[in-house]
Design a protein around this ligand. Structure first.
Ligand code: SF4
Ligand code: SF4
Length: 337
């Protein structure tokens, strides 16, 4: 016997969570874009799409964020910090690849410098993931040691029942348990059949790819130029990626006052590594693409023991010139290490 949340109880759940002081977020679709956004009613959710266009990262690491306000006076500089946000949230209907992406980014933001904005938002958020019963040709979680029902990064994992009747509830953390206590009486015991999870065929052998990337002789391989020739450096792949985390800190204002902001940046941009001298150690787009692949599958796992990719497929799905991680790793897996 398992505990089930039936779909027709979802509006009641939302009302209870809101009454308990939680803001409820979930996948939402507009005419032009789908993303994780605040919702008020169950009908606001988009559970039909394979996954939102924009990743869950937006809710934890916004595209731009004020850090401090400064005013320069004759003999002093006044500063006023922007405190990390303090709102409790439940994110209902996260995709397992997005939840896994958060766990990957935890390694970086909780590393030598503790990013208080990230950590505060993570501590204040309950992640309720739904195992995927649908996938598309771009999904590649199974090639990254993950799966459509991975629980990594989730506080609660829901497994859909057949005919969209509801979900079997698996509480994974104390935070998830506490959030579901608020709706405990809306859950029912049952043994309804669970829908099969999505089939996501493995697209490449990751170990073979990593061995090739770790071979220093391949750093200058002509492969990098060939595979990235059509990249226009738009940065979409990095902005939409749940695990890309590069940012720049800039003072925006005039000579006497302004705001210091943390803004997304991207290794796809030429200016990302431009030195003040004018020299750019990554002067070509192929060097930038090589960096992105090396960072995700060689440098990051070397430091944190986990790949910086959760297999959501957004980088390939949304690339305007039809490139992406999958094509690159598929080709690498056919090369001699
Ligand atoms: S790989 Fe595609 S999405 Fe990424 S920067 Fe190049 S053109 Fe843009
Ligand atoms: S690199 Fe591509 S597939 Fe991997 S997490 Fe980022 S967007 Fe998703």
């Amino acid at each position: 016997m398992t505990r089930i949340l039936f779909s027709d109880k979802l509006d009641n759940c939302i009302a209870r969570w809101r009454a308990a002081g939680l803001t409820v977020f979930g996948p939402v679709k507009t005419d032009t874009l789908s993303s994780y956004a605040a919702i008020e009613h169950a009908s606001d959710f988009d559970f039909e799409s394979v996954l939102p266009d924009r990743s869950i990262k937006d809710l934890f690491f916004p595209q731009t964020e004020p850090m401090l306000r400064y005013t320069i006076k004759k003999r002093a500089i006044d500063t006023e910090d922007f405190a990390p946000p303090n709102d409790k949230r439940i994110i209902f209907g996260a995709r397992p690849c997005d939840a896994s992406g958060l766990a990957i980014d935890d390694s970086l933001f909780g590393w030598d410098y503790k990013d208080e904005y990230w950590i505060q938002r993570r501590n204040e958020s309950v992640i309720v993931s739904i195992a995927c019963t649908k996938a598309d040709d771009f999904c590649l979680c199974s090639s990254l040691n993950l799966a459509p029902d991975s629980s990594t990064g989730s506080d609660v994992l829901l497994r859909p029942l057949e005919n969209n009747k509801g979900w079997v509830v698996e509480e994974l953390t104390d935070r998830g348990h506490e959030a579901f206590l608020a709706i405990a009486e809306l859950l029912q015991d049952g043994s309804d059949p669970i829908a099969p999870i999505a089939a996501v065929p493995e697209k490449f052998d990751l170990d073979t790819c990593v061995a090739w990337l770790q071979n220093h002789d391949n750093f200058e391989s002509k492969f990098w130029k060939e595979i990235s020739m059509r990249c226009i450096g738009c940065g979409s792949c990095t902005y939409l990626c749940p695990t890309c985390h590069c940012f720049d800190i800039q003072d925006e204002g005039d000579t006497y006052s302004g705001i210091r902001r943390k803004n997304w940046d991207s290794c796809s941009f030429a200016l990302f590594t431009m030195h003040t001298s004018g020299h750019n150690p990554r002067a070509t787009q192929s060097a930038r693409w090589r960096q992105r692949i090396m960072h995700k599958f060689n440098y990051f796992p070397g430091k944190f023991n986990v790949n910086s990719c959760s297999g959501c497929g957004r980088c390939s799905r949304q690339c305007p010139v039809d490139m992406g991680i999958t094509e690159t790793l598929q080709k690498i897996s056919t090369l001699q290490p």
